[in-house]
Write a protein that binds this ligand. Sequence first.
Ligand SMILES: [Zn+2]
Length: 474
Amino acid sequence: MKLLVRNGRLVTDSGTFNADILCRDGRIVAIRDGFPPLSGCETVDASGMLVFPGFVDPHVHVYLPAAGTFATDDHITASRAALLGGTTSFIEFVIPARDQSPGDALRIWSDKARDAICDYSFHMAVTRFDKQIASELDRVVEKGITSLKVHLAYHDELALPDAELYELLEYAAQRNLTTIAHCENAEVIELRRKRLHNSGKRAMRWHYESRPPLVERDGTHHFLCLAALTGARAYVAHLSCRQALDVAMEFRRQGYPVFVETLIQFLLLDRSYTELPPEEAVKYVMSPPLRNPEDRHALWTALSTGSIDTVGTDHAPFNLHGQKDRALNDFTRVPNGLPGIQDRIRLLYTHGVCPYRISLNRMVEIAAAAPAKIFGLYPRKGSLQIGSDADLVIFDPAVEETISASRHAMKVDYSPYEGWKVKGRISMVILRGRIAVREGQVLLSPGYGHFIPRPAPSLREPQSPGGPRGSDPS
Ligand SMILES: [Zn+2]
């Protein structure tokens, strides 16, 4: 099975150049300028188009029980939306209940994910840690799941006591696993939430006050101190504000292996959305909460200089009608989360590349190459190299589209970006050498997606991320 993509302008994390790409048996087998016509080979003309490696979303929820309900997407709808938006692989969180073993939880999530159309992997959340959990985690790691997730927030359901967190980080350090953390001080949030609630401050705007930036800064500092003490490789998930960024950079300057992720919604939205009338405001409740315009500017700057490594979505769709609107007047009962898996790339292009905040190459780095490198998918994913999976996104920069829930493929009844104009269209998506998306239609069937096992990085590899990244040489 051969496929030739001709006349495109290839964009990787390190360069931009004109070339043709030949794919065979799911892999890239040749890249050069000007192939002669090949017989027995499907040919795609990418004249005038940009050709990116398939994008990788490092932070996704599909099967997600939360706040007494479930996120609305299933693996078919989420992976279809991912592909339509140019994301060919995502990493989803398996979140065991405290009384559930990691192995049992992994079986539940794996069964559901078998329907996925795009490729996927899992991060394993740890909600309790002892010797028995450690031996179960060994078997999870053997399956190629080499990143763990801890919550400092969500005190009652998910957060680990410090002694367990410390021992888990030691466990991760010995195996060079990456530990991802939701960094907010859980006990302080609980106290502030209760006080706000009891004093009648329950409108959506008070969600922010229940967990202000210093609560995230405190959680980030706490996590990174324990990671530094134990030698663990640390990934700060969904960093939202300048105060937390400063702490992460302090640890990185000292040479600790610290990676930082932000989310597309933190780059584009701010807390003013939670001050809209309740039926609007409730759409924007998530944790950490949307911050201030100054934070958005700080995050864009940090993305351009290399301080922030990745941009994910934290895709967590809950319907406005029947889920979010059941708690219109009480922020403490609203299911937290925003949808976004379909929109990340066009929004990054429109608001990052077009106004020259980041280069095209940097966009590929933060949304494809860096997530793949940090989590052990590279160079199979996130890359246009000979031998890489033939995952390609053919992007037409000349077209403008409008985001609307009435047209998106995510199974959720609103879009946080309703009516926003975006530049560029995902014209075609190729996944392991097969055309996955053409003219807005997904051509592959449920179950085409593969689970991608991920090796842990070698313990000899240099640990500290680099400084400022190169800019677009084109
Ligand atoms: Zn999340």
